[in-house]
Design a protein around this ligand. Sequence first.
Ligand code: JF5
Length: 246
Amino acid sequence: MRFTVYTLFPGLLEPYLQEALLGRALRSGRLTVELRDLRRFAGNRTGRVDDAPYGGGAGMVMRVDVAGQALDELAQDAPPPSETVLLTPAGEPLTQGLVERFAAMPHLALISGRYEGFDARVEQLVTRQVSIGDYVLMGGELPALVLLEATARLLPDVLGDADSHRQDSFSSGLLDYPEYTRPPSYRGLDVPEVLLSGHHEKVAAWRRVEALRRTFERRPDLLEGAPLTEEERALVAAWRAGPKAG
Ligand code: JF5
């Protein structure tokens, strides 16, 4: 899979991409990332990529023609990207489902802005706007890396064999069950007995309930979309009814 990332700070992304599993995926050729400097489109008139907002107010706005030229350049690429994604807190939330769709694309372009954001007309030039969460960063570079890493780990042979089984954890629609490793007791904190029992069916059932419990306690919003059995729904209803019931 190929990514093309437009940014004013390619040097921010470069070192992150060279290390660990992403670095290995890039060196193996399973993944290609091209960093392109948005500053090239500043033009020699001002050398700036931002300008003051119409209507006044604080902050600067990224020029629409800068993004326009980047997208014109992308249209010349062979193959052109399946999507051109602008990273912004005003975008559609990034979910594992969206990440899975990105992972099926041969070429994806990401545009990272700085300042208070892009001229709103850029929204008409890209195919999608994506947010990585409800907070504001200083630029779209970390959001681009987040999207890229979440997508790259789904590509064949990017994760090691042992890791690849873990990628299904979110597809249950629930948070992960708690995991433990040795020692069995640490400062009075004990590993749940069932995990030491060697009883695989009991372990699987316990994990499912604990995943459900964690999701109920920490992210009840996820329960709406999660595929639960009748029995699991009843268990959740009992938890909801109060501490005494279940
Ligand atoms: C950005 C204007 C882009 O802060 C973000 C962001 C937060 N969640 N998802 C993306 O992107 C950088 C900041 C201000 C446009």
